[in-house]
Design a binder for this molecule. Structure first.
Ligand code: FE2
Length: 403
């Protein structure tokens, strides 16, 4: 009897222990798989866009344009006076948006060649990271082509580490590690502000997304690049049925990094009766490159009114767009009249709505332009506006004789 009782207790203890062991094993497995998952999505943690660098024919004047027309403030300068032999760069800033305008001051170098081939355009989409060495190692080991090996630079304000990889066309991503830097912009730059010229800010806040135009059948290879090499996810896909007019079409996939701070839609042309806007871009940019940079605002009516009054030109959709707008998107907080007057577009998704407008190209080649966007819950990109928008773009293309 006693033996029986002991044996039952022993069995119960064994069951309890094995359940506890089993729990332990399961927990270990879950943690390991979590770690694996985190490792898979976080091998390239990004804190957002650090700056966008343009190669331009005349950086001094381009910097003035972004200050006078868009409300950026002078931030920092690097050039012959700071020891650079063959280029000059001006950094301008508005809230979390930093633009760098760089120009060659001699021929026969990478910057001069870039401008000869592409005209003014975006060279670098610089991303803020905690560890630029690891960002470079993780991406190059997954197949990225190195543009710049991790490079540590210092001045009396501290140090930064910068590395870089190539992406589509001649565009690059730089990884900027600047936690230990307290100067105005980067080592090598000096403070550049003019107490007599401080144009008011226009309410632009941060980079919402940057769109790349790539060649025929190149969208998926670049989607795979962002997926495999940079750990991004494809969060939205638009096919030629979503984005087509009577004449032309394009396809687009939106890639986002893990925390959603960095979003890169990738466009490729699709077959249509006439030349699409992506084809026009590829022809005049002479290759793949950044099509538009979307800048966020908290008050689009204020921002666009201000930009328009400073000479920024926007694409216009026909006013009939507004006739049934509220039937399409439901209630919005804004008055319709100012939106109609400015030409601001509205679209709704499951999470809310967004307001957006597009500038005309900001250089003589029909290449780079800007989007101004205000998000009110919506995380999408204005699919409902594509048709009206692309018809507006095609009217402009027609005027240029490029349709
Ligand atoms: Fe956009």
């Amino acid at each position: 009897m006693l033996l029986d009782k002991l044996s039952v207790k022993l069995q119960q203890a064994m069951i309890r222990n094995s359940i506890a062991d089993l729990k332990k094993i399961i927990m270990e497995k879950i943690t390991a798989s979590d770690k694996k998952q985190n490792f898979q999505t976080d091998f390239l943690p990004l804190q957002g866009t650090d700056y966008v660098e343009f190669y331009v024919g005349n950086a001094k004047q381009a910097a003035h344009y972004y200050m006078s027309a868009f409300g950026f403030q002078a931030l920092a300068y690097a050039g012959p006076e700071t020891g650079l032999k063959d280029k000059a760069s001006y950094a301008v800033r508005q809230n979390k948006l930093t633009l760098v305008l760089t120009t060659p001051i001699r021929p026969n170098n990478e910057i001069a060649d870039h401008i000869y081939k592409h005209g003014d355009g975006v060279k670098a989409l610089a991303l803020r990271v905690d560890d630029a060495t690891s960002a470079w190692e993780e991406t190059t080991k997954r197949g990225a082509k190195s543009y710049l090996q991790p490079q540590r630079t210092k001045d009396e304000e501290g140090e930064v580490v910068i590395s870089g990889i190539h992406t589509y066309g001649d565009t690059v991503h730089l990884f900027i590690e600047r936690e230990n830097y307290h100067g105005p912009f980067l080592p090598g730059y000096r403070d550049w502000s003019n107490p007599h010229y401080k144009p008011a800010d226009t309410g632009l806040l941060y980079v919402d997304h940057c769109v790349g135009n790539v060649g025929w059948n190149q969208m998926n290879p670049w989607v795979n690049f962002y997926q495999d090499v940079m750990g991004f996810r494809n969060i939205l896909t638009f096919d030629d049925k979503d984005i087509s007019t009577e004449y032309s079409a394009l396809m687009s996939k939106v890639m986002s990094n893990g925390n959603g701070f960095v979003k890169f839609p990738i466009n490729e042309p699709a077959e249509g009766k006439k030349k699409s806007q992506v084809e026009e871009y590829l022809e005049f940019y002479n290759g793949e490159g950044v099509q538009h940079v979307a800048m966020a605002t908290g008050d689009i009516v204020h921002t666009v009114t201000d930009l328009r009054n400073r000479g920024v030109e926007f694409l216009r959709v026909p006013t009939t767009y507004y006739d049934d707008l509220l039937d399409r998107v439901g209630h919005i907080d804004e008055d319709l009249e100012p939106l109609k007057e400015l030409g601001v577009l509205v679209d709704r998704d499951n999470e809310g709505y967004l307001l957006q407008i597009f500038t005309k190209p900001v250089e003589d080649r029909p290449t780079l332009f800007f989007e101004i966007i205000q998000r009110k819950g919506a995380k999408s990109f204005g699919k409902g506006n594509f048709k009206a928008l692309f018809e507006a773009i095609e009217r402009e293309q027609g005027e240029r004789g490029n349709l």
